[in-house]
Design a protein around this ligand. Structure first.
Ligand SMILES: Cc1cc2nc3c(=O)[nH]c(=O)nc-3n(C[C@H](O)[C@H](O)[C@H](O)COP(=O)(O)OP(=O)(O)OC[C@H]3O[C@@H](n4cnc5c(N)ncnc54)[C@H](O)[C@@H]3O)c2cc1C
Length: 354
């Protein structure tokens, strides 16, 4: 008889687990509390023709997607087509102070040199180290279940002590009935002090005084996400978890962000908005049962890495395993996909040993 498995949650991790177990011949049911699948990576389709990705907008660790599809005899291009953006992204440092990051490495070196002599060499050293760390992580760390210290006894792991932020977010999904020329696909607003905003997220949690924010304009690349001649705009402002979240506060920050966005683009945008939805701490809690409204799970500190993350295996029920951004290897779509596979392997081992 085929063993039955229940997967709770249809985020990338749950779907990855379900797909791997179904391929192995298990009878899998996926239970999802929301009306659509995808979890934090769901889509929001509006009646007036916009399609928003509710969460992720950065495609990273492409090898993980390739490996996932390969497990089922496919490749990513069987399902979607990737377009390499140029510029890859744009950073706004201030009025008329915008740096467009080119996708060509030689042009990137030239850009660095134009900003600071000798920095291209430093960039090359940084990239070499990053490549080394990535390869160590991929080969020795991320596909392990993190159940014991001995799996990780390896000096290379000391490279994994870098810290990443895991805040909540205030998000706006906007439909705009005209094109906004000065926006790129990815736009990072670093026109205020990063240290102050980071401090207001972690050390002194509060609504930020002068927030940094990110604007993704997917309609620059994909014509299917907005009606012709319109823009699809996603705005994200990182925010401390567990704060009071009210409509008034959201509106206050909407006006603050739009003032800066309109100034940067030299265009009036607010009168052209024909779709607007905000999303914040209260929504993360009610939609995903997210603790304190976190958007990305745990911060990636050394003390929360690998087997120091919440365990993939339940301590009381032998046949209950966890997958997803809160457990190994960590937050993000690719790690969640890996996590789903790791949990599936653990469950299969458990059943085979019964
Ligand atoms: C705003 C935002 C931007 C992001 N940007 C990026 C990015 O650019 N690139 C990237 O790689 N990652 C990004 N991430 C992170 C990435 O989206 C997540 O790490 C990943 O999608 C998490 O997948 P998951 O399956 O672990 O969890 P989730 O997606 O949270 O899935 C869990 C699922 O379980 C369901 N559920 C919860 N409780 C129950 C219950 N009791 N019964 C049934 N179902 C339940 C939830 O509804 C949800 O569907 C972003 C996340 C957010 C929020």
């Amino acid at each position: 008889m085929q063993p039955k498995v229940a997967v709770i949650g249809s985020g990338f991790a749950g779907l990855s687990t379900a797909a791997h177990l179904a391929k192995d011949g298990y009878l899998v049911d996926v239970y999802e509390k929301n009306e659509t699948i995808g979890g934090r990576a769901r889509q929001l389709r509006t009646d007036n023709g916009y399609v928003f990705d509710m969460g992720p907008s950065w495609y990273w660790m492409p090898d993980v997607f390739e490996k996932f599809f390969e497990d089922f005899g496919y490749k990513p291009s069987d399902f979607y087509h990737l377009i390499k953006l140029d510029p890859g992204f744009s950073i706004v440092f201030g009025e008329d102070d915008v740096v467009n990051i080119p996708n060509d490495p030689i042009a990137l070196d030239e850009l660095f040199e134009s900003i600071e002599k000798g920095s291209a060499k430093q960039l090359a050293i940084f990239m070499k180290e990053a490549e080394y760390k990535y390869n160590v992580g991929m080969k020795k760390l991320v596909y392990k279940p993190g159940l014991s210290f001995t799996e990780f006894i390896d000096l290379d792991i000391e490279y994994w002590d870098k810290r990443l932020l895991a805040p909540s977010s205030l998000i706006f999904y906007l439909g705009v009935t005209k094109k906004i020329n000065k926006l790129q696909h990815h736009n990072l607003f670093f026109d205020e002090d990063l240290k102050i905003h980071a401090d207001e997220i972690y050390r002194n949690p509060q609504w930020p005084s002068k927030p940094l924010f990110y604007v993704c304009c997917t309609s620059k690349t994909d014509e299917d996400v907005a009606p012709e001649g319109h823009e699809n705009i996603f705005i994200l402002m990182p925010l401390a978890t567990g704060l009071t979240d009210t409509e008034d506060l959201r509106e206050q920050y909407f006006e603050m962000i739009m003032n800066r966005l309109e100034k940067h683009t030299s265009e009036s945008i607010r009168p052209y908005i024909d779709y607007k939805k905000s999303y914040c701490i209260n929504d993360f809690v009610s939609d995903y049962n997210s603790y304190k409204g976190n958007a990305y799970g745990l911060a990636n500190t050394l003390m929360q890495t690998a087997n120091l993350k919440p365990s993939i295996k339940n301590r009381k029920l032998n046949n209950l395993f966890y997958a997803g951004q809160l457990t190994v290897p960590g937050p993000g779509v690719p790690p969640s996909i890996i996590s789903g596979k790791v949990a599936a392997v653990q469950l299969r081992n458990y059943i085979n040993n019964l």
